[in-house]
Ligand binder design. Structure first.
Ligand code: MN
Ligand code: MN
Length: 310
């Protein structure tokens, strides 16, 4: 397996691990988690969604919906999108509608409102809304990164287009772009030191996400989510330590866990993921992620169109 494929699988499977592990303690306070579990470190389902062990939530299934739309469109849909054709954005919107109609185990309010707006009005984004500062657009952006690894302009346009279908807020936009670029750095072999340096520079540009001092907030407000993820990512070089620390912060633990798992999983690769967690994920989820990761990476290898040649 190539190093890139191992790291991309590490990111996507790490994301699913964080979702499945964190969902058990979603919306709990750290003190409640400590009372009930000591340190929560096993994928066992339950939680407010009453999940089966190893079941993932909307975080992972929305990623798979975005990835399926990108895979179906192929590299030509991305090229057309970059040339100004918005068909791909509608295909992504349609994928979110199908996802919502599939009765997902959970769906955030802003995601639901945006998807229904697209369904009923056909608009590809709503107006700026101060209430759109949740983490729902950020959380599902992983496939946009995998599909545009060698082209930052393509990445930024695709990431914002998928995000704006449901969220129109500068903090959501900046977090989606920022964590996407950090993910790409790690997929290309970035080390823990590169990671810390990148985070320092990015926070200097976007001080709202500052992690010093860490405020110990892990809500679905995108600022809290990003601070928690970056704090533990920079604090722990090891996937398992970073993940356990993140989900035990509680609150939106499936989403902070998923995003931490994405970044730390890219850093260590699939071969570095703890086997006891990987083995607990539902086989259908692992299969879908493996298939989609390879398909999305293949979009980067497609030859460029020859232009004038008929
Ligand atoms: Mn969730
Ligand atoms: Mn969540």
């Amino acid at each position: 397996m190539s190093e890139l494929l191992d790291k991309a699988l590490g990111a996507y499977l790490g994301f699913a691990i964080g979702d499945a592990l964190g969902a058990t303690v979603e919306f709990m306070r750290p003190r409640e988690i400590a009372l009930q579990y000591g340190v929560h470190r096993d994928i066992k389902g339950g939680g407010w969604l009453k999940l089966a062990a190893g079941q993932v939530t909307d975080d992972t299934t929305m990623c798979l919906a975005l990835g399926a739309a990108l895979e179906a469109g192929g590299s030509s849909a991305i090229q057309n999108f970059l040339a100004g054709d918005l068909a791909l954005v509608r295909q992504i919107g349609d994928a979110y509608v199908r996802w919502l109609k599939s009765k997902p185990v959970d769906c955030g309010n802003t995601c639901r409102r945006g998807i229904l707006r697209y369904l009923h009005e056909g608009s590809l984004e709503g107006p700026y809304n101060p209430g759109d500062g949740g983490n729902g657009a950020l959380m599902r952006n992983l496939p946009a990164v995998l599909a545009t690894l060698n082209d930052d302009t393509a990445f930024a346009r695709l990431a914002l287009a998928q995000a704006r279908l449901t969220h129109n807020h500068p903090f959501s936009d900046n977090a989606t772009l920022g964590l996407g670029r950090l993910l790409r750095l790690l997929l290309h072999g970035g080390t823990q030191q590169d990671c810390q340096r990148w985070v320092g520079h990015w926070i200097a540009e976007h001080p709202v996400f500052s992690i010093t001092p860490y405020r110990e907030r892990a809500s679905a407000y995108v600022v809290d989510t990003v601070q928690t993820v970056l704090h533990y990512l920079c604090l722990h070089a090891d996937f398992e330590s970073a993940m356990v620390a993140t989900v035990n912060q509680g609150d939106d633990a499936d989403t902070t866990g998923a995003l931490l798992g994405m970044l730390a999983g890219a850093r260590c690769g699939a071969s570095g993921l703890p086997a006891r967690w990987l083995e607990r994920l539902q086989p259908a989820t692992v299969q879908a992620i493996r298939q989609q990761t390879a398909a999305l990476l293949a979009l980067n290898a497609a030859p460029k169109p020859l232009g004038a040649t008929p």
